[in-house]
Design a protein around this ligand. Structure first.
Ligand SMILES: [Zn+2]
Length: 116
């Protein structure tokens, strides 16, 4: 039983580490792609590119936010509190953790929080 739990946690950790690598890679790759696309002399093009840049910035925000969530989930894996809802203390369902490995709350608490 203990081994099964450990194996499951290891697979979540692997998922989280993979996600973290992906996020780090895309965060690093972005500024170059951005400055290259801004080197457009045309005014209309420039406006379009600026709008795109806003979008990039929003995506980047979302990415660094997710990255923080992923890192805090990794911390929870190492202290052993991973997979437990931070609000009600119930176990978060494996299906939910598979979809969102960095989930802090169970489905019920998450729904309550997003309603407020
Ligand atoms: Zn809960």
């Amino acid at each position: 039983m203990a081994t099964a739990v450990k194996t499951r946690k290891d697979s979540y950790r692997a998922l989280l580490l993979k996600k973290r690598d992906e996020l780090l890679a895309s965060i690093k790759a972005e500024p170059e792609a951005l400055s290259a696309s801004l080197r457009t002399p045309d005014e209309v093009e420039f406006a379009v590119k600026c709008a795109e840049q806003d979008l990039y910035a929003q995506t980047a925000d979302l990415r660094s936010q997710t990255l923080r969530e992923v890192e805090s989930a990794l911390k929870r894996v190492s202290v052993g509190s991973y997979g437990v809802c931070e609000s009600c203390g119930e176990e978060i369902s494996p299906a939910r953790l598979k979809a969102i490995p960095w989930a802090r709350y169970c489905v019920t608490c998450q729904e309550m929080r997003s309603r407020n």
